[in-house]
Design a protein around this ligand. Sequence first.
Ligand code: ADP
Length: 591
Amino acid sequence: MTKKRRLLWQLYPSYLLITVISLAAATWFATRSLKQSFLEQYAFDLEARAHLVENQILKGLLSHDQKGIDLLCKKIGARAATRITVILPSGKVIGDSSNNPEKMDNHMDRPEVIKALTGGVGISTRYSRTLQQYMMYVAVPLRNNSEIISATRISITLTAIDETIKSIQIKIAIGGVIIALLAAIVSLLISRRISRPIEEVKKGAESFARGNLEYRLPISNSEEIGSLSETMNQMAAELHERIRTITRQRNELEAVLSSMAEGVIAVDSEERIINMNQAAAEILECNLSEVQGRSIQEVARNTDLQNFVSDILSSWEPIEKDIVLYEDGERILNGHGTALNDEQGKTIGALVVLHDVTRLRKLENIRRDFVANVSHEIKTPITAIKGFVETLRDGALNRGEDAGRFLKIIEKHTNRLEVIIEDLLSLSKIEEGADKSSIPLYKDHIKEVLQAAIQACQVKAGPKNIRLELSCNDELTANINPELLEQAVVNLLDNAIKHSNAEGVVKIDATRKTDETIIHVRDRGCGIEKQHLPRLFERFYRADKARSRKLGGTGLGLAIVKHIVQAHGGTVTVESTPGIGSTFTIHLPCD
Ligand code: ADP
């Protein structure tokens, strides 16, 4: 990869190079033109000098005074610091200011001489072997009545011109260097002026790239860079706004998802988790921060759920299904699934909403059981009543003794029906009251309620000789509905008496703990098997069915207790050991 250089170091050397090349070219062109014009000037000057001595040479030639001509050349040559040579048309030199013409060779081959002898003005610059230096020669024809009788050649050494030119060149070079230095400074300033706004744009772009979208680029004077900065600022503002909108929408979505009681899971087409809310993480018992990107098979180790997700991905229609999870007991989830499609309608994932319906399904089951139980409970006495009524009608009515016995049985079953219906009615009344919060609660003494309950149960305790012992502070009060609480305690006492042996003791005590009032009903009766305890307070639930029926129980007593206590905002619990006895505890909240 080529090394990146700063714009300044790309612009500046180019400017400098252009300046130096231009200066060098200008210097070269100037000195060349100068030299040229110098030479032209000299040639013109030498031609003029040749014309000046023309008449004197003509005189010498006409009088055939070759010596005189040579002397004239030497005299004028020394005075004018120029060399004068006179050449005959034959090329023979007859006079020369610097040499003896006798010893000089034929000059017919000299270009300027050839030109002059043919009538023109010959100019030539070359190295003179005679004088061993560069010379400029200018030869003019000398005419006598239009006949060319000789050529006069004036020459001058070029050393002087060279020196003059050299000194001018030095001055130009010094000037050039000064100009180049100034140009270097100016180009540095210009380069920096051009590169600085670009560097600022670069700095701004880097800042944007780092996510600092609130940064704003300064607007440069340059039209192009200024509008680039403006556009980039606009882009950053737009991007900032969009990111804010997206973040706000994401936060809103996350707030909605996290506050949902339903579990929401979004997966991609590869069944990898894209998003999941806290409720879903709790349902699947996984860590929310670790699930992103993992497959549903890894996260939810439940084949029903895995199959459900696969079904959604391959279906065009929304799907609904109940999924059962087994973790600390059974958990029933109602799943709603929809495929997620892109604009082209291609499936890109699936959205699953899981609703925990365990309680709902349990309630449905309880209701179903309840209806079945009520029907069952009522069916037995009604069948009996119907049977005996038929028997009586078929003739038993006339048999006095049988009729009396059958009527007694009918009465017993009618009473049982009445008890069941009374229990059901009071249960529904309590439930309705609790639902509408219409059961009035007020501060009252507990002891009075317990004494009233004991009094009501004495009738049943008496025949079995069971002692009912009460232990309660006179001042103990709680927020209660005395009639209902009495009914609850009566039910508990009734059970305790029913399930205790004769001569037994049932203890009732009430105490105040830090934040609750506790009422215990303890017996030393037959006790209850452990497996029955969790369901004991359900309607029609009986631990010992045969015994309960024999004792005339409806299986609704404890359900009534539970609902009364709940209407007080409290709870009821049971501890029991078979063969040792049971303790029922009512917990009432303190205000
Ligand atoms: P029931 O009308 O049959 O007594 P309850 O709802 O009052 O109905 O009681 C439910 C079941 O709990 C009873 O059938 C009985 O088996 C059991 N039970 C309740 N209280 C006692 C107790 N004190 N000792 C033993 N078993 C009890």
